[in-house]
Design a protein around this ligand. Structure first.
Ligand code: 5RP
Length: 229
């Protein structure tokens, strides 16, 4: 089974959580896009939901496929968010932001009663950190923020390259107009401590550690779907 089939399997299983009338946060990335495609079929067949997309990219796909969308200001309390992840550990800690949507994804997930992750089994890790941690930063003071992130990480014994994410020749800009530093720290044994340290740096807008946010992960592998809670 190829990678896309696994994403479709996980996305299909997540549809079972969706009930008529739900206010639904809709994630970003290739797995979330498979979810949008399947959701659109249900909507076409008569399912009524109100979607809140986590990125302009997802909003565009929803509009294209006829999934009704609203802003988070219109619907500030959501029932459920379905989103992908770059990594998930056994405690349902996540790294997100590979698609650059981590700020809106975290805001939407935290405005939701429940967040369910959809992923293929390649995303499951024993310890977070194989995937470079995206850190969304203000363009103002980029150099100072980079140094502050390096110092905070190094105080926790974490070293490694911080790469400014690029989009061809210019820095990649998030939907909020920020930049992303991808931090290749390697294993992150204390994600809570790193999260707190990054949150205390003024130039850091948000980071891709989602801790105590997800309540379930639907993981697709060659032998079917398994649930992590
Ligand atoms: C976007 C994300 C995505 O959920 C994450 O990158 C996973 O994407 P994909 O499903 O394409 O592997 O956090 O910011």
């Amino acid at each position: 089974m190829d990678a896309r089939q696994l994403k479709i399997q996980a996305a299909g299983a997540a549809l079972e959580h969706v009930r008529p009338g739900m206010r639904l946060g809709i994630g970003t990335g290739s797995t979330a896009e498979e979810f949008v495609r399947l959701l659109a079929e249900k909507v076409e067949a008569g399912l009524e939901i109100k979607g809140v997309p986590t990125s302009e990219r997802t909003a565009g796909l929803c509009v294209e496929l006829g999934v009704p969308i609203h802003s988070l200001d219109e619907l500030p309390e959501l029932d459920l968010t379905i989103d992908g992840a770059d990594e998930v550990d056994r405690e349902l800690r996540l790294i997100k932001g590979g698609g650059g949507a981590l700020l809106r994804e975290k805001i939407v997930a935290c405005a939701s009663e429940r967040m369910v992750v959809i992923a293929d089994e390649s995303k499951v890790v024993e310890t977070l950190g194989r995937f470079a941690l995206p850190v969304e930063v203000s363009p103002f003071g980029l150099a100072a923020t980079r140094i502050a992130v390096e110092k905070a990480a190094s105080a926790l014994g974490l070293t490694g390259a911080l790469e400014l994410r690029m989009d061809r020749d210019v820095p990649f800009e998030t939907d909020g107009g920020h930049f992303i530093l991808d931090a290749s720290f390697g294993r992150i044994p204390d994600a809570e401590a790193l999260s707190a340290a990054l949150n205390s740096i003024p130039g850091v807008v948000e980071h891709g550690l989602f801790l105590s946010v997800a309540c379930e992960a639907i993981i697709a592998g060659p032998n079917g779907v398994s649930i992590m809670k």
